[in-house]
Design a protein around this ligand. Structure first.
Ligand code: FAD
Length: 418
């Protein structure tokens, strides 16, 4: 079977991998010159199989009001860029902030992420990809007793889902992350998740793209997709800058841009481009650097260790498709790395980057069949697209191939919005 994969971010490339492994003829189409150049370029680098948590949570609406008053905040609004789709998405997201919705969404995210963890284990055993991978867990650190007490609901869900975790005191935080000894008075404890990992998503995706090429996958880079053509309930072709392209099946892996194309054929994906930022810096003093991911719960900023670099990522900015590098946001994420890991990296020399998370209101990706017989979605992976990539893509490849999937599909398709 011939399959066209639309998009060469981490989601498109992992989809191509599983489709090619199953013996399909696969072509990946992307307007950019190299895979993983959009949102998959410089994300925070967390493989948060166990830390996966929805952003819509009880208390978030009130916290959002408080955050609006803070200089350093996890959330910013660029109100002048708001349009009807921004307001509509925000209303849908607010509706997901009840404890009932949070529990449902967290279970769905964890289900995909934990399946993905199995897929990463399998892939790491099969291929020797160089992507600075480390499997040393996530340590979420709390700066106040109130924050620490607030972790109780998360912990209850982790227990219910049998996710290995440990509430740890300051001394244990230091045993996991020795550099925190330098700032031990700033934290009161942590939540440690030993199953998580870290690595460089851009290196991972490009390494896997190479492996895909070995299996015969063709990459049509520099090719803009203008429209999806349909007839009699099926996709008939794509109109692109390289002419008309046809296949038996089509997979949408266009990140934040998916709604542009699907809207034309009546699929209104509730995906919003939630802007985030990262900094990547060389390590200057290894003894002061993290060994894995440290999540600053207060500011929702992750400080992640690569081999000889540190990545700091975070912030949710509601600014539509604007991708300007706002220097004030740089200051906000710099704060966490300077505060928790002073002297570890060359902060002034860091590469500053922004990307648009393809975010659904419930933080759960939209996977599987559509009303068109031969069109399948692998979209809306939001805050944790790399973490979920292999699991989501293996599931989607099974759907494309008409194979019974290993992942329970309950609540993952577009049907949950109808
Ligand atoms: C600051 C930040 C931190 C993050 N941290 C983490 C993290 O620690 N761990 C984690 O798991 N995830 C993280 N994420 C989320 C993760 O990066 C994304 O979910 C993931 O990269 C999405 O991948 P994608 O392939 O869907 O989209 P993309 O990587 O954006 O790929 C989509 C592709 O579609 C192409 N495209 C779009 N429209 C067209 C068109 N019309 N024609 C041709 N091509 C088109 C684009 O060029 C692009 O290459 C973070 C994101 C951000 C912004």
């Amino acid at each position: 079977m011939k399959v066209l994969v639309l998009g060469s971010g981490v989601i498109g490339v992992t989809t191509a991998w599983y489709l090619a492994k199953a013996g399909n003829e696969v072509i990946v189409v992307d307007r950019l010159d190299t895979p993983a150049t959009e949102t998959s370029y410089a994300n925070a680098g967390m493989l948060s199989f166990d830390y996966s948590t929805p952003w819509g949570a009880p208390g978030v609406p009130l916290k959002a009001i408080k955050w609006m008053m803070q200089d350093i905040s996890p959330l910013y609004f660029d109100v002048k860029r708001f349009d009807a789709s921004t307001i509509s998405w925000m209303m849908k997201m607010l509706a997901q902030c009840s404890s009932e919705a949070f529990d449902v969404n967290k279970e769905r995210m964890l289900r995909v992420a934990r399946y993905s963890a199995d897929c990463f284990r399998e892939l790491n055993a099969e291929l020797d990809l160089d992507y600075d991978v480390r499997m040393k867990g996530t340590l979420e650190v709390f700066r106040s007793q109130k924050e620490l007490d607030g972790a109780a609901s998360d912990v209850a869900i982790l227990e219910r889902c049998n996710v290995p975790h440990e509430m740890v005191d300051v001394q244990s935080c230091i045993s996991h992350e020795p550099a925190l000894a330098n700032v031990k008075d700033k934290i009161v404890g942590g939540l440690y998740l030993p199953g998580d990992g870290t690595g460089d998503c851009h290196k991972f995706t490009n390494g896997l793209a190479q492996e895909c090429r070995k299996l015969g996958v063709q990459f049509m880079m520099g090719t803009e997709i203008h429209s999806i053509e349909t007839t009699k309930g099926k996709v008939s072709s794509l109109k692109t800058s390289a002419g008309e392209l046809k296949a038996d099946k089509y997979v949408i892996a266009l990140g934040s841009y998916a709604p542009y194309l699907t809207r034309q054929i009546g699929i209104n994906l509730p995906i919003y481009p939630l802007k985030g930022y990262s900094l990547t810096m060389p390590i200057i003093d290894e003894s002061k650097a993290p060994v894995s991911t440290v999540m600053d719960q207060k500011y929702k900023v992750a400080v992640t260790r690569f081999d000889d670099r540190i990545r700091v990522g975070g912030i949710a900015e509601i600014a539509n498709f604007n991708k300007e590098l706002n220097p004030k946001r740089r200051g906000a994420i710099e704060f966490t790395v300077r505060d928790l890991f002073p002297g570890a990296g060359d902060v002034d020399g860091a590469e500053f980057w922004t990307g648009l998370r393809p975010m659904t209101p419930d933080s759960v990706p939209i996977l599987g069949n559509t009303q068109y017989d031969n069109l399948v979605l692998n979209s809306g992976h939001g805050t944790l697209g790399w973490t979920m990539s292999l699991g989501a893509s293996r599931y989607v490849a099974d759907v494309v191939n008409g194979k019974s999937p290993d992942l329970n599909p309950e609540g993952l398709s577009m049907a949950r919005y109808h």
